[in-house]
Design a protein around this ligand. Sequence first.
Ligand code: NAD
Length: 353
Amino acid sequence: MNLLITGGAGFIGSHVVRLFVTKYPEYQIYNLDALTYAGNLANLSDIEHAPNYTFIKGDITDAKFLEDMFAEMSFDGVIHLAAESHVDRSITDPMSFVMTNVVGTVNLLNAAKNSWKDSASGFDGKRFYHVSTDEVYGSLHNPEDFFTEETAYDPQSPYSASKAASDHFVRAYGNTYKLPVVLSNCSNNYGPNHFPEKLIPLMIHNIQTNKPLPVYGKGENVRDWLFVVDHARAIDAVFHTGQLGETYNIGGFNEWKNIDLVHLLCQIMDRKLGRPEGTSAQLITYVTDRAGHDLRYAIDAHKIMNELGWQPSLQFEEGLEKTVDWFLSNQEWLDNVTSGNYQSYYQGMYANR
Ligand code: NAD
Protein backbone atom coordinates (compact mmCIF):
# COMPACT_ATOMS: atom_id res chain seq x y z
CA MET A 1 0.00 0.00 0.00
CA ASN A 2 1.34 3.41 -1.01
CA LEU A 3 -0.53 5.79 1.27
CA LEU A 4 -0.52 9.57 0.92
CA ILE A 5 -1.29 11.52 4.11
CA THR A 6 -1.67 15.28 3.60
CA GLY A 7 -1.03 17.76 6.43
CA GLY A 8 1.08 15.19 8.28
CA ALA A 9 3.37 17.81 9.82
CA GLY A 10 0.43 19.45 11.61
CA PHE A 11 -1.14 18.64 14.96
CA ILE A 12 -3.50 15.76 14.14
CA GLY A 13 -1.68 14.72 10.96
CA SER A 14 1.57 14.03 12.84
CA HIS A 15 -0.23 11.65 15.21
CA VAL A 16 -1.87 9.91 12.23
CA VAL A 17 1.46 9.58 10.41
CA ARG A 18 3.15 8.16 13.54
CA LEU A 19 0.34 5.63 14.10
CA PHE A 20 0.40 4.40 10.49
CA VAL A 21 4.22 4.32 10.17
CA THR A 22 4.59 2.26 13.35
CA LYS A 23 1.47 0.06 13.08
CA TYR A 24 1.78 -0.77 9.36
CA PRO A 25 5.49 -1.31 8.57
CA GLU A 26 4.42 -2.97 5.29
CA TYR A 27 2.85 0.32 4.05
CA GLN A 28 4.86 3.10 2.43
CA ILE A 29 3.65 6.32 4.04
CA TYR A 30 4.11 9.62 2.16
CA ASN A 31 3.51 12.80 4.16
CA LEU A 32 2.69 15.76 1.90
CA ASP A 33 2.79 19.11 3.69
CA ALA A 34 3.45 22.73 2.68
CA LEU A 35 4.94 23.47 6.14
CA THR A 36 2.86 26.59 6.79
CA TYR A 37 3.12 28.23 10.23
CA ALA A 38 1.16 25.20 11.56
CA GLY A 39 3.37 22.52 9.99
CA ASN A 40 6.37 21.41 12.02
CA LEU A 41 8.61 18.48 11.14
CA ALA A 42 9.83 18.43 14.76
CA ASN A 43 6.46 16.79 15.49
CA LEU A 44 7.78 13.70 13.68
CA SER A 45 11.44 13.66 14.74
CA ASP A 46 11.02 10.21 16.37
CA ILE A 47 9.97 8.50 13.12
CA GLU A 48 11.64 10.64 10.44
CA HIS A 49 14.20 7.91 9.61
CA ALA A 50 11.72 5.01 9.50
CA PRO A 51 12.25 3.01 6.28
CA ASN A 52 8.54 3.22 5.35
CA TYR A 53 8.26 7.01 5.77
CA THR A 54 8.89 9.78 3.22
CA PHE A 55 8.25 13.49 3.59
CA ILE A 56 7.25 15.50 0.50
CA LYS A 57 7.14 19.29 0.73
CA GLY A 58 4.35 20.58 -1.49
CA ASP A 59 1.25 22.74 -1.66
CA ILE A 60 -2.19 21.30 -2.43
CA THR A 61 -3.22 24.57 -4.09
CA ASP A 62 -0.77 23.64 -6.89
CA ALA A 63 -2.84 21.41 -9.21
CA LYS A 64 0.00 20.66 -11.64
CA PHE A 65 2.32 19.57 -8.82
CA LEU A 66 -0.36 17.16 -7.53
CA GLU A 67 -1.13 15.70 -10.98
CA ASP A 68 2.60 15.07 -11.58
CA MET A 69 3.09 13.55 -8.12
CA PHE A 70 0.12 11.18 -8.51
CA ALA A 71 1.33 10.13 -11.98
CA GLU A 72 4.77 9.32 -10.58
CA MET A 73 3.89 7.69 -7.26
CA SER A 74 0.75 5.54 -7.86
CA PHE A 75 -0.89 5.95 -4.48
CA ASP A 76 -3.47 3.39 -3.34
CA GLY A 77 -5.05 5.60 -0.72
CA VAL A 78 -5.24 9.19 0.47
CA ILE A 79 -5.96 10.47 3.97
CA HIS A 80 -6.51 14.19 3.55
CA LEU A 81 -5.91 16.40 6.59
CA ALA A 82 -4.05 19.40 5.12
CA ALA A 83 -6.05 22.52 5.87
CA GLU A 84 -6.05 25.98 7.29
CA SER A 85 -7.55 25.08 10.66
CA HIS A 86 -7.89 28.09 12.96
CA VAL A 87 -11.28 29.86 13.13
CA ASP A 88 -9.83 33.21 14.27
CA ARG A 89 -7.44 33.30 11.30
CA SER A 90 -10.37 32.50 8.95
CA ILE A 91 -12.13 35.64 10.17
CA THR A 92 -9.18 37.87 9.29
CA ASP A 93 -8.12 36.03 6.10
CA PRO A 94 -10.97 33.93 4.65
CA MET A 95 -9.44 33.61 1.19
CA SER A 96 -6.51 31.48 2.33
CA PHE A 97 -9.14 29.07 3.74
CA VAL A 98 -10.96 29.00 0.39
CA MET A 99 -7.68 28.32 -1.41
CA THR A 100 -6.35 25.50 0.78
CA ASN A 101 -9.53 23.92 2.12
CA VAL A 102 -11.75 24.17 -0.97
CA VAL A 103 -9.49 24.59 -4.02
CA GLY A 104 -6.75 22.39 -2.51
CA THR A 105 -9.25 19.60 -1.76
CA VAL A 106 -10.70 19.74 -5.28
CA ASN A 107 -7.16 19.64 -6.72
CA LEU A 108 -6.46 16.53 -4.68
CA LEU A 109 -9.75 14.90 -5.74
CA ASN A 110 -8.91 15.59 -9.39
CA ALA A 111 -5.38 14.22 -9.08
CA ALA A 112 -6.63 11.02 -7.39
CA LYS A 113 -9.50 10.56 -9.86
CA ASN A 114 -7.35 11.12 -12.94
CA SER A 115 -4.50 8.86 -11.88
CA TRP A 116 -6.74 6.08 -10.50
CA LYS A 117 -9.17 5.91 -13.43
CA ASP A 118 -6.24 5.44 -15.85
CA SER A 119 -4.58 2.75 -13.72
CA ALA A 120 -4.91 -1.00 -14.54
CA SER A 121 -7.24 -1.67 -11.57
CA GLY A 122 -9.21 1.60 -11.89
CA PHE A 123 -10.87 2.58 -8.60
CA ASP A 124 -10.70 -1.00 -7.21
CA GLY A 125 -9.01 -1.11 -3.82
CA LYS A 126 -8.50 2.66 -3.75
CA ARG A 127 -9.78 4.98 -1.04
CA PHE A 128 -9.94 8.78 -0.64
CA TYR A 129 -10.60 9.74 2.98
CA HIS A 130 -11.43 13.33 3.95
CA VAL A 131 -10.89 14.29 7.59
CA SER A 132 -13.31 17.02 8.61
CA THR A 133 -14.79 18.83 11.57
CA ASP A 134 -18.06 18.94 13.54
CA GLU A 135 -18.06 22.73 13.02
CA VAL A 136 -19.78 22.20 9.63
CA TYR A 137 -23.02 21.51 11.56
CA GLY A 138 -23.16 24.99 13.13
CA SER A 139 -24.30 25.48 16.72
CA LEU A 140 -26.62 23.43 18.99
CA HIS A 141 -29.18 25.36 21.01
CA ASN A 142 -31.18 22.61 22.70
CA PRO A 143 -29.14 20.93 25.48
CA GLU A 144 -30.67 17.54 24.55
CA ASP A 145 -29.40 17.67 20.95
CA PHE A 146 -26.31 16.11 19.39
CA PHE A 147 -24.84 16.28 15.89
CA THR A 148 -25.50 13.05 14.01
CA GLU A 149 -24.36 12.12 10.50
CA GLU A 150 -27.81 13.27 9.30
CA THR A 151 -27.65 16.77 10.84
CA ALA A 152 -27.98 19.45 8.14
CA TYR A 153 -24.88 21.53 7.46
CA ASP A 154 -25.09 25.07 8.86
CA PRO A 155 -21.53 26.47 8.96
CA GLN A 156 -21.13 29.82 10.73
CA SER A 157 -17.46 30.79 10.30
CA PRO A 158 -15.34 31.11 7.17
CA TYR A 159 -13.35 28.09 8.46
CA SER A 160 -16.41 25.86 8.87
CA ALA A 161 -17.88 27.13 5.56
CA SER A 162 -14.67 26.12 3.77
CA LYS A 163 -14.66 22.67 5.42
CA ALA A 164 -18.37 22.24 4.60
CA ALA A 165 -17.66 23.11 0.95
CA SER A 166 -14.78 20.62 0.83
CA ASP A 167 -17.00 17.88 2.36
CA HIS A 168 -19.63 18.58 -0.32
CA PHE A 169 -17.01 18.31 -3.07
CA VAL A 170 -15.74 14.99 -1.69
CA ARG A 171 -19.30 13.55 -1.63
CA ALA A 172 -19.99 15.02 -5.09
CA TYR A 173 -16.93 13.22 -6.51
CA GLY A 174 -18.21 10.01 -4.89
CA ASN A 175 -21.65 10.47 -6.48
CA THR A 176 -20.64 11.86 -9.86
CA TYR A 177 -17.41 10.01 -10.68
CA LYS A 178 -17.87 7.04 -8.29
CA LEU A 179 -14.59 7.97 -6.62
CA PRO A 180 -14.28 5.69 -3.55
CA VAL A 181 -14.64 8.27 -0.77
CA VAL A 182 -15.21 8.15 2.97
CA LEU A 183 -15.46 11.06 5.44
CA SER A 184 -15.38 11.75 9.15
CA ASN A 185 -16.34 14.80 11.19
CA CYS A 186 -14.63 15.09 14.56
CA SER A 187 -15.02 17.28 17.62
CA ASN A 188 -12.23 19.41 19.17
CA ASN A 189 -8.93 17.61 19.61
CA TYR A 190 -6.29 18.24 22.28
CA GLY A 191 -2.93 16.69 23.14
CA PRO A 192 0.82 16.87 22.48
CA ASN A 193 2.03 19.04 19.56
CA HIS A 194 -1.09 21.24 19.61
CA PHE A 195 -0.22 24.67 18.20
CA PRO A 196 -0.54 27.26 21.01
CA GLU A 197 -3.07 29.46 19.20
CA LYS A 198 -5.75 26.92 20.23
CA LEU A 199 -7.47 27.09 23.64
CA ILE A 200 -5.77 24.35 25.69
CA PRO A 201 -2.10 24.89 24.69
CA LEU A 202 -2.62 28.68 24.74
CA MET A 203 -3.79 28.48 28.36
CA ILE A 204 -0.96 26.12 29.38
CA HIS A 205 1.61 28.43 27.77
CA ASN A 206 0.15 31.60 29.31
CA ILE A 207 -0.12 30.07 32.79
CA GLN A 208 3.52 29.01 32.54
CA THR A 209 4.60 32.51 31.54
CA ASN A 210 2.20 34.38 33.87
CA LYS A 211 0.29 36.03 31.01
CA PRO A 212 -3.45 36.82 31.08
CA LEU A 213 -5.70 33.87 30.13
CA PRO A 214 -8.01 35.32 27.45
CA VAL A 215 -11.50 33.73 27.66
CA TYR A 216 -14.00 34.72 24.97
CA GLY A 217 -17.28 36.31 26.15
CA LYS A 218 -18.37 34.76 29.44
CA GLY A 219 -16.69 31.44 28.71
CA GLU A 220 -20.11 29.81 28.24
CA ASN A 221 -19.32 28.14 24.91
CA VAL A 222 -19.38 24.35 25.09
CA ARG A 223 -17.03 22.05 23.18
CA ASP A 224 -16.69 18.27 23.08
CA TRP A 225 -13.01 17.30 23.55
CA LEU A 226 -11.18 14.23 22.27
CA PHE A 227 -7.55 13.21 22.87
CA VAL A 228 -5.71 13.47 19.56
CA VAL A 229 -4.36 9.89 19.69
CA ASP A 230 -7.96 8.65 19.97
CA HIS A 231 -8.82 10.65 16.85
CA ALA A 232 -5.86 9.04 15.06
CA ARG A 233 -7.16 5.59 16.15
CA ALA A 234 -10.59 6.51 14.79
CA ILE A 235 -9.03 7.60 11.48
CA ASP A 236 -7.29 4.21 11.30
CA ALA A 237 -10.66 2.47 11.84
CA VAL A 238 -12.52 4.58 9.25
CA PHE A 239 -9.75 4.26 6.67
CA HIS A 240 -9.59 0.47 6.95
CA THR A 241 -13.15 -0.58 7.80
CA GLY A 242 -15.45 2.37 7.06
CA GLN A 243 -18.04 1.80 4.33
CA LEU A 244 -17.33 3.70 1.12
CA GLY A 245 -19.61 6.69 0.64
CA GLU A 246 -20.31 6.90 4.38
CA THR A 247 -19.60 9.59 6.97
CA TYR A 248 -18.62 8.87 10.58
CA ASN A 249 -18.94 11.37 13.41
CA ILE A 250 -16.10 11.12 15.94
CA GLY A 251 -16.30 12.52 19.48
CA GLY A 252 -15.65 11.75 23.10
CA PHE A 253 -19.09 12.41 24.70
CA ASN A 254 -17.05 14.87 26.72
CA GLU A 255 -18.61 18.34 26.84
CA TRP A 256 -16.98 21.20 28.68
CA LYS A 257 -17.83 24.88 29.05
CA ASN A 258 -14.69 26.83 28.14
CA ILE A 259 -14.56 28.54 31.52
CA ASP A 260 -14.83 25.23 33.43
CA LEU A 261 -12.08 23.75 31.28
CA VAL A 262 -9.82 26.76 31.93
CA HIS A 263 -10.41 26.41 35.71
CA LEU A 264 -9.54 22.70 35.53
CA LEU A 265 -6.33 23.52 33.64
CA CYS A 266 -5.47 26.19 36.23
CA GLN A 267 -5.84 23.61 39.02
CA ILE A 268 -3.65 21.07 37.22
CA MET A 269 -1.01 23.71 36.42
CA ASP A 270 -0.94 25.05 40.01
CA ARG A 271 -0.29 21.51 41.22
CA LYS A 272 2.38 20.77 38.56
CA LEU A 273 4.19 24.07 39.08
CA GLY A 274 3.99 23.87 42.89
CA ARG A 275 2.02 27.11 43.13
CA PRO A 276 -0.66 27.75 45.79
CA GLU A 277 -4.12 26.67 44.61
CA GLY A 278 -5.96 29.54 42.91
CA THR A 279 -2.82 31.29 41.65
CA SER A 280 -3.32 30.57 37.94
CA ALA A 281 -7.08 31.29 38.00
CA GLN A 282 -6.24 34.91 38.90
CA LEU A 283 -4.88 35.29 35.37
CA ILE A 284 -8.32 34.65 33.77
CA THR A 285 -9.33 37.69 31.67
CA TYR A 286 -12.61 37.90 29.77
CA VAL A 287 -12.20 39.33 26.26
CA THR A 288 -14.66 40.42 23.57
CA ASP A 289 -16.34 37.35 22.14
CA ARG A 290 -15.31 35.92 18.76
CA ALA A 291 -17.64 37.12 15.97
CA GLY A 292 -20.26 34.47 15.15
CA HIS A 293 -19.04 32.24 18.01
CA ASP A 294 -21.03 28.95 17.99
CA LEU A 295 -22.50 28.24 21.44
CA ARG A 296 -22.32 24.46 21.66
CA TYR A 297 -20.96 21.52 19.70
CA ALA A 298 -21.66 17.94 20.76
CA ILE A 299 -21.13 14.82 18.68
CA ASP A 300 -23.20 11.67 18.70
CA ALA A 301 -20.46 9.09 18.02
CA HIS A 302 -22.66 5.97 18.23
CA LYS A 303 -22.28 5.09 14.54
CA ILE A 304 -18.48 4.68 14.63
CA MET A 305 -18.69 2.99 18.04
CA ASN A 306 -21.35 0.48 16.99
CA GLU A 307 -20.29 -0.18 13.40
CA LEU A 308 -16.48 0.06 13.60
CA GLY A 309 -15.95 -0.84 17.27
CA TRP A 310 -13.99 2.35 18.03
CA GLN A 311 -14.14 4.11 21.36
CA PRO A 312 -12.03 6.70 23.16
CA SER A 313 -9.28 5.13 25.28
CA LEU A 314 -8.67 8.00 27.70
CA GLN A 315 -10.77 9.86 30.26
CA PHE A 316 -10.52 13.63 29.84
CA GLU A 317 -8.74 14.36 33.14
CA GLU A 318 -6.13 11.69 32.29
CA GLY A 319 -5.67 13.11 28.77
CA LEU A 320 -5.29 16.64 30.12
CA GLU A 321 -2.65 15.51 32.64
CA LYS A 322 -0.73 13.81 29.82
CA THR A 323 -1.03 16.93 27.68
CA VAL A 324 0.18 19.28 30.42
CA ASP A 325 3.09 16.90 31.19
CA TRP A 326 4.03 16.86 27.51
CA PHE A 327 4.07 20.66 27.24
CA LEU A 328 6.05 21.05 30.48
CA SER A 329 8.69 18.59 29.31
CA ASN A 330 8.91 19.92 25.73
CA GLN A 331 9.84 23.51 26.42
CA GLU A 332 12.11 23.72 23.39
CA TRP A 333 9.27 22.72 21.04
CA LEU A 334 7.06 25.38 22.62
CA ASP A 335 9.77 28.07 22.51
CA ASN A 336 10.39 27.35 18.82
CA VAL A 337 6.75 27.62 17.78
CA THR A 338 6.04 30.67 19.95
CA SER A 339 8.93 32.75 18.66
CA GLY A 340 8.84 34.96 15.56
CA ASN A 341 5.52 35.20 13.73
CA TYR A 342 3.53 33.77 16.63
CA GLN A 343 4.29 36.90 18.69
CA SER A 344 2.89 39.32 16.12
CA TYR A 345 -0.17 37.09 15.59
CA TYR A 346 -0.76 36.96 19.36
CA GLN A 347 -0.46 40.74 19.76
CA GLY A 348 -2.89 41.28 16.88
CA MET A 349 -5.45 38.87 18.37
CA TYR A 350 -5.55 39.89 22.01
CA ALA A 351 -3.75 43.24 22.50
CA ASN A 352 -6.83 45.47 22.10
CA ARG A 353 -9.63 43.29 23.47
P1 NAD B 1 -3.04 22.04 11.73
O1 NAD B 1 -3.31 23.45 11.37
O2 NAD B 1 -2.30 21.71 12.98
O3 NAD B 1 -2.25 21.31 10.55
C1 NAD B 1 -2.55 21.53 9.19
C2 NAD B 1 -1.38 21.05 8.37
O4 NAD B 1 -1.72 21.26 6.98
C3 NAD B 1 -0.09 21.80 8.64
O5 NAD B 1 0.98 20.89 8.77
C4 NAD B 1 0.10 22.68 7.42
O6 NAD B 1 1.46 22.93 7.10
C5 NAD B 1 -0.59 21.86 6.34
N1 NAD B 1 -1.08 22.69 5.23
C6 NAD B 1 -1.80 23.85 5.32
N2 NAD B 1 -2.03 24.35 4.10
C7 NAD B 1 -1.47 23.49 3.21
C8 NAD B 1 -1.39 23.46 1.80
N3 NAD B 1 -1.92 24.43 1.05
N4 NAD B 1 -0.76 22.40 1.21
C9 NAD B 1 -0.22 21.41 1.96
N5 NAD B 1 -0.24 21.41 3.31
C10 NAD B 1 -0.87 22.43 3.92
O7 NAD B 1 -4.48 21.33 11.71
P2 NAD B 1 -5.03 20.14 12.61
O8 NAD B 1 -5.64 20.70 13.82
O9 NAD B 1 -4.02 19.09 12.70
O10 NAD B 1 -6.23 19.65 11.68
C11 NAD B 1 -6.01 18.67 10.65
C12 NAD B 1 -7.32 18.40 9.94
O11 NAD B 1 -8.29 17.90 10.87
C13 NAD B 1 -7.93 19.64 9.29
O12 NAD B 1 -8.48 19.25 8.07
C14 NAD B 1 -9.01 20.06 10.28
O13 NAD B 1 -10.06 20.71 9.60
C15 NAD B 1 -9.45 18.72 10.83
N6 NAD B 1 -9.99 18.76 12.20
C16 NAD B 1 -9.31 19.39 13.20
C17 NAD B 1 -9.82 19.36 14.50
C18 NAD B 1 -9.08 19.99 15.66
O14 NAD B 1 -9.60 20.03 16.77
N7 NAD B 1 -7.87 20.46 15.48
C19 NAD B 1 -11.03 18.71 14.75
C20 NAD B 1 -11.69 18.08 13.70
C21 NAD B 1 -11.16 18.10 12.43
